[in-house]
Every structure is written in C-alpha cells, then in structure tokens.
Ligand binder design. Structure first.
Ligand code: ADP
Ligand code: MG
Ligand code: MG
Length: 250
C-alpha cells in the first residue's frame, strides 16, 4: 500500500528526514517510536503533504501512485487520513457539518454519488456506536472547548466516518492521559480491517498496551534504525533509547 524509499525532507535549511525507508501493507498496524526530535511528526506531515516541509529526495508510492506529486487534498481523497497532534478548532462549524462536506467531497472525487441526509445519518449512527461518541459532542463547534479526551474521541470518529485506507495517528507524549490513550487504541482496533492500514506515531510504549502493532520501528536522527515486533516496544520501555543510539553511532 505504502512504500517509502530513501525519503529526505527538510524544514527551511534543516534536514530532518535523512533517507527513511518503510513498507506498509494493507491490514497492518505499524508503530513508529523514537526519541523526541527524531523526525516522527515530520514524517507524518510529509506523508499528509503539509506545505512547510520540503522533500529533497527519495520516493513515496501509495497504492501505486507517486504520493509526492499529489496535493494534500488529493492525498485525503486517495484515502490518507492524518490525525494531527493539535487538532484544529473551527468556531461555528459542527463536526457533523464538517464531516458531511468532507465525506461527500471524497465520494465525489471517486465518482460516487453523494450521501443524502438519510444515508449520512445512518453512517453517523453506525460509527457513533462503534467509537462510543455522544451526539451532543457532534453538534458543538469543531474542537472548540473540547477536553483532551473529547478531541481524541472526535478525531477517531472523523476517522471512522472517512473510512481511510491509511490512517496516520501522531500522538504526542504530552497531554494524553490514560483515558485518551484508551479511546485512540479502541478506535484503531475497532476500525481495523484487512483493507486498511494504520501508522501510529508514539513516544510511549504505553499506547501499545492497547494497540497491538504488527511492526514497531525506531526512528532516530531522521531514519528508521531498527524494526521489530511488539517485543521491541517492550524492550524500549525497559531500556530506553540509549542502546539504540549506541548501536547507531558504532
Ligand atoms: P518528533 O516528532 O520525533 O519529536 P519532529 O519531526 O517534530 O520530531 O522534529 C524533528 C526536528 O525538526 C526537531 O529537531 C525539531 O526541532 C525540528 N523542527 C520541527 N518543526 C520545525 C519547524 N517548524 N521549524 C524548524 N525546525 C523544526
Ligand atoms: Mg516531538
Ligand atoms: Mg512529534
């Protein structure tokens, strides 16, 4: 589904990704871990096509297409969903209205008929049940005055509604309490199918107590320097990152 080869990217003059390789197949959950400042959020942003990042080398193909050629909107339409570290607030626009537009834009670009009010409501109800979100939250302005947990639940609900092929979740260590972690994890587990894939970016092993990834990668100094299974995450929890740094510098 996703193939990243020798990806290099910078912000301004500073090179952050320095030859990153990663292969993600449909049905898989990948966790990306690594010390602060390694480039984890940069990778997520580059995949989503955020403009402040300049790709200076390498290739990214998504379902056989050159992802780097596509605008952020086109990437979203192709089925890439990025849950941001700091979700945006949109005063005056409810989650429901935001999603109605987003869902139908995606359908339109795929040559599908828009969902009418009844169909949309049906999908809302199904997904609300799936991710345990309250109706009241959906009629409030998007993210305005939401608690950390509410933002997370909302993010997972958006993901459920948009049915992405590849979801990228960038979870900062800060501000995520155990409830928020559970919400994210439950959502990812509920939404898992054989056709979609998830990349979970996390600083903490804790999240992986709830989401069982198929693969765990360590991103350090702009490259993936080690890959393994969930045992690697447990090893990191126990030993920290210093041994990886030592291995890399040898
Ligand atoms: P991580 O998510 O792994 O903590 P980031 O991708 O956020 O790492 O950051 C990687 C490096 O890029 C860090 O050294 C950080 O200071 C730098 N960086 C991130 N965003 C910017 C920016 N907007 N301008 C300049 N440097 C940045
Ligand atoms: Mg960071
Ligand atoms: Mg980060």
């Amino acid at each position: 589904m996703l193939s990243i080869k020798n990806l290099q990217a910078s912000i301004g003059e500073k090179q952050i990704l320095k030859g990153l390789n990663l292969e993600v197949k449909a049905g898989e959950i990948h966790a990306i871990m690594g010390p602060n400042g390694s480039g984890k959020s940069t990778l997520a942003s580059v995949l989503a096509g955020r403009e402040d990042y300049e790709v200076t080398g390498g290739e990214v193909s998504f379902q056989g297409k050159d992802l780097l050629e596509l605008s952020p909107e086109e990437r979203a339409r192709e089925g890439i969903f990025l849950a941001f570290q700091y979700p945006i607030e949109i005063p005056g626009v409810s989650t429901t209205n935001f999603l109605k537009t987003a869902v139908n834009e995606i359908r339109k670009s795929r040559g599908q008929e828009p969902l009418d009010a009844v169909q949309f409501l049906k999908r809302m109800k199904e997904k609300m049940k799936l991710v345990h979100i309250d109706q009241a939250l959906l009629s409030r302005s998007l993210n305005e005055g939401f608690s950390g947990g509410e933002k997370k639940r909302n993010e997972i609900f958006q993901m459920a509604m948009l049915e992405p092929k590849l979801a990228i979740l960038d979870e900062t260590d800060s501000g995520l309490d155990i409830d928020a972690l559970r919400i994210v994890a439950e959502g990812v587990n509920q939404l898992r199918t054989k056709e979609n894939a998830t990349i979970v970016v996390t600083h903490y092993q804790r999240l992986l107590d709830y989401i069982v990834p198929d693969f765990v990668h360590v991103l350090y100094q702009g490259r993936i320097v080690k890959s393994g299974t969930k045992e690697l995450a447990m090893e990191l929890e126990e030993k920290g990152y210093d041994w990886i740094k030592d291995e890399v510098s040898v």
